[in-house]
Design a protein around this ligand. Structure first.
Ligand code: ZN
Length: 330
């Protein structure tokens, strides 16, 4: 174990000392990853240089300059199915007419599914090409900006979702605190992130230059508490064991000053140390993952034969998997 002092203090407990758990990213480029011994949060320290980050975002940057984004039909199919699964996972919390905000809404698939179910859904998306696609193809009102630069009145939304976004931001606690302000007092904030405890990636592929933070359920839950939220429910979802936490605004801003969880540090350290390359390839996980991906590609290829447009593809999947708002009301 190598103990290091950090250039960025722990976003959860404030500690500046951590254990080094990684030295390269999944492309083999230098990237130091550290694990907080006080709470178990994992982050990139120091932050990757802009050249490295730019490489990761290069495709998006290109799209941003061109301001166009035209996903292939198989991607429309895949993204719509994902959006439907996301909708189904939270459907019990949603009612027609609710104001919903999807932060990091990409091509607008999730807000579109929600709008088709009768919700007043919109998105925030920093990438211009994605934002314009969402608007022009799906009619989803989309604010093309970074979340911290958007001016939204307080207590505006019934439901906010942040799907695989929090791991990319520089200050996740500040992000959650900002979203809390936008929530109505009886609203819900659903946050999903990859789980640092998941072992579906080979150990050498665990750390990603685009992911500044790596959470497990206790670190995400406690970070929400620090940001003035309370956990409504917390679960693991999909075969990748993503962390999926539903928060509500805390009734009284509970002033908790101690964010240490030494038992959670031991839990994360144990998982990371046990998951070796040898164990990974000796388990069925990588092979099952390969087979299920191939099957997925085959299904997608078959499904998008013909010449239907993106909206037709999305609408027919929504009709197949979800009952419509009209049928709800009937
Ligand atoms: Zn910490």
């Amino acid at each position: 174990m190598t103990l290091v002092s950090c250039s960025t203090p722990c976003n959860l407990c404030g500690s500046e000392h951590a254990e080094q758990v990684g030295s390269v990213d999944r492309d083999g480029q230098p990237l130091r990853t550290v694990l907080c011994q006080n709470c178990g949060l994992v982050w990139t320290d120091p932050r990757p240089d802009s050249q490295q980050t730019r490489k990761f975002y290069s495709e998006e940057y290109r799209l941003q300059y061109k301001a166009t984004y035209v996903p292939k039909r198989k991607h429309v199919y895949r993204e719509t199915l994902r959006a439907i699964a996301r909708y189904q996972a939270v459907a019990s919390l949603l009612r027609p007419g609710m104001k919903l905000l999807d932060v990091g809404s990409g091509g607008g698939f999730f807000p579109y599914v929600a709008r088709q179910q009768g919700l007043d859904a919109q998105g925030i998306e920093p990438n211009q090409g994605f934002a314009e696609y969402a608007q022009s193809t799906f009619g989803v009102p989309t604010t093309n900006d970074f979340l911290q630069d958007v001016n939204i009145p307080q207590e505006c939304f019934d439901f906010i979702s942040l799907n695989h976004v929090l791991e990319h931001v520089e200050d996740p606690c500040a992000t959650l605190a900002q979203l809390r302000k936008w929530l109505k007092p009886d609203g819900y904030l659903v946050v999903e992130v990859p789980n640092v405890e998941a072992t579906y990636h080979a150990p050498q592929n665990r750390y990603h230059v685009g992911h500044l933070y790596n959470f497990n359920p206790p670190t995400l839950e406690l970070l929400g508490t620090k940001a003035g939220l309370t956990v409504h429910r917390s679960k693991l979802v999909t075969s990748a064991d993503h962390v999926h936490v539903t928060f509500r605004p805390a009734a009284v801003n509970v002033q908790r000053n101690d964010f240490t969880m030494p038992e959670n540090y031991r839990r994360v350290a144990g998982v990371l140390h046990r998951h070796t390359t040898l164990r990974h390839y000796a388990s069925p996980v990588p092979y099952q993952r390969f087979v299920s991906k191939q099957l997925q590609y085959l299904t997608e290829k078959r499904a998008v034969r013909g010449d239907s447009g993106p909206r037709e593809i999305a609408d027919s999947l929504i009709a197949e998997h979800l009952s419509t708002a009209a049928r709800h009301a009937a």
